[in-house]
Design a protein around this ligand. Structure first.
Ligand code: NAD
Ligand code: UFG
Length: 337
C-alpha cells in the first residue's frame, strides 16, 4: 500500500514510517519541518534500508499540497501534521486553529478530490476532558476540552465523522493516543522537544543528561497512589504498530471509528521517575511544586476496543519505555541534526 504520511518526520510519524516500511508498505512523507529535522530521513533509511520519498510542504499551502497528490496515487493517509503544545495553544489559539483545522481541511479537500478513501487521524485522550472517570472508554464520547489544542482534536474528529457520514465509501479511523514515550530500539529516532520541554519524559531526560537541574513535580495532593498525577504511558513503537493495524482495518471497513490507543495501565509521576532512574542508573533530583492548571489527576485507557477491532495489544512495559527513551536522549542530547 502507498501511504501519505503528514508529519512523518516528527516523533510519532517517524516511528510509524519505520513500521509501515517494515510491514511492506510504501510511505511518502509531507512535512514542513517546523518541529522536526530533515536528517530524520537518514535515520529512517539507516533503520529500514529504505529512504522514504519526502515533500517539504506546509499543509496550509493548498497548491503545494496538491502537487503531492498529483505526484502519486495514495491508498491511504495517516495525518500527524499539527501543533501539539497545550500551553502555547492557550496563548495563541488562532495559530492552533489555523494550522490544525485549516491545514486538515486542505488535506481532506484533496483526499476527496483525488479519491483517497482511508484516513487515519492522530487524536488524543485530551478530548475526554475532565468529565469522566478512568478508564476512559470510547463510548463516553467527548468531554469538555480545556484548551484550544484539545479542541482542534475534537473538531477534527467531528469533521471526519461528518465526512464519513456523507461519503459512504470513506473510512476514518480516529486514534485517541494516551501518552506516547520511549524511542526506537536503535537509538536513532526519538522525541526532540523544542526548547524547554513541557511533557514529563522529555523533561526527565534533560535532567538525566545534566541539561536541566531538577524536575518540578506538579502537585502531590491528587487522589492517586502517591498523590502525583497518573497517566497511561505507551511506547511509541507500540503506538506506531497500532497505525499499521488501523490501516488494515480501514482497508476493510467504512465509516468513522474512534479507538483508544493506550496500555490500560496508569503510572504516577514518581513511579515513572523511579523507572527512569533505574534505566539510566542515576538519581534524578526533583521538587514538588504547585499543580499545573488544567491537569487532571488520573488518565488511562480502556484498551479493549483496540484489541477487538484492530487485534492490537501493547508489547512494551514502562521499564523498556524508559530504557529506550534514555538510549535515544543520551545518544542525541541536542536532537537529530
Ligand atoms: P511532532 O511535533 O513531533 O510531529 C508533528 C510533525 O508535523 C512535525 O514534524 C511538524 O514539523 C509537522 N507539522 C506541523 N505543522 C505542519 C504543517 N502545517 N505542515 C506540514 N507539517 C507540519 O508531534 P508528535 O508527538 O509526533 O505528534 C504527532 C500527532 O499526534 C500530532 O497531531 C499530535 O497532536 C498528536 N498527538 C501527540 C501526542 C503526544 O503526546 N506526542 C498525544 C496525542 C496526540
Ligand atoms: N508533569 C510534571 N512535571 C513536568 C511535566 C509533567 O509533574 O515537568 C506531570 C503532569 O502534571 C502530569 C504528568 O506529568 O501529571 C504527565 O504530563 P505530560 O505533560 O507529559 O502529559 P499530559 O498527560 O499532560 O498531556 C499529554 C500531551 C497532550 C495529550 C495528552 C493525552 O501533552 O497533548 O497527553 O494524550 F493530549
Amino acid at each position: 500500500m502507498r501511504v501519505l504520511v503528514t508529519g512523518g518526520t516528527g516523533f510519532i510519524g517517524s516511528h510509524t514510517v519505520v513500521e509501515l516500511i517494515n510491514a511492506g508498505h510504501e510511505a511518502v512523507i509531507v512535512d514542513n519541518l517546523y518541529n522536526s529535522d530533515i536528517h530524520v530521513l537518514d535515520r529512517i533509511e539507516k533503520i529500514t534500508g529504505v529512504r522514504p520519498e519526502f515533500f517539504e510542504t506546509d499543509i496550509l499551502d493548498f497548491e503545494g499540497l496538491e502537487k503531492v497528490f498529483q505526484a502519486h496515487e495514495y491508498d491511504a493517509i495517516i495525518h500527524f501534521a499539527g501543533y501539539k503544545a497545550v500551553g502555547e495553544s492557550v496563548a495563541k489559539p488562532l495559530v492552533y486553529y489555523e494550522n490544525n483545522i485549516s491545514g486538515s481541511l486542505n488535506l481532506y479537500h484533496l483526499a476527496a478530490k483525488y479519491n483517497v478513501k482511508r484516513i487515519v487521524f492522530s487524536s488524543s485522550a485530551t478530548v475526554y476532558g475532565d468529565d469522566f472517570e478512568a478508564p476512559f472508554k470510547e463510548e463516553y464520547g467527548y468531554g469538555t476540552t480545556t484548551n484550544p489544542y484539545g479542541t482542534t482534536k475534537l473538531f477534527n474528529e467531528r469533521i471526519l465523522t461528518d465526512l464519513a457520514f456523507a461519503d459512504k465509501e470513506l473510512s476514518a479511523v480516529l486514534l485517541r493516543y494516551f501518552n506516547p514515550i520511549g524511542a526506537h530500539k536503535s537509538g536513532l529516532i526519538g522525541e526532540v522537544p523544542n526548547g524547554i520541554p513541557n511533557n514529563l519524559l522529555p523533561y526527565i531526560a534533560k535532567v538525566a543528561n545534566g541539561q536541566l537541574p531538577y524536575l518540578s513535580v506538579f502537585g502531590d495532593d491528587y487522589d492517586t497512589v502517591d498523590g502525583t498525577g497518573v497517566r497511561d504511558y505507551i511506547h511509541v513503537v507500540d503506538l506506531a504498530r497500532a497505525h499499521v493495524k488501523a490501516l488494515d482495518y480501514a482497508m476493510n471497513h467504512t465509516g468513522a471509528e474512534v479507538i483508544n490507543i493506550g496500555t490500560g495501565k496508569g503510572y504516577s509521576v514518581l513511579q515513572v521517575l523511579h523507572a527512569y532512574e533505574k534505566a539510566c542508573g542515576k538519581e534524578i533530583p526533583y521538587k514538588i511544586v504547585a499543580r499545573r492548571p488544567g491537569d487532571i489527576a488520573t488518565c488511562y485507557a480502556d484498551p479493549s476496543k483496540a484489541k477487538k477491532l484492530l487485534g492490537f495489544e501493547t508489547q512494551y512495559d514502562i521499564e523498556e519505555m524508559c530504557e529506550d527513551g534514555y538510549r535515544f536522549s543520551s545518544q542525541n542530547p541536542d536532537g537529530i541534526k
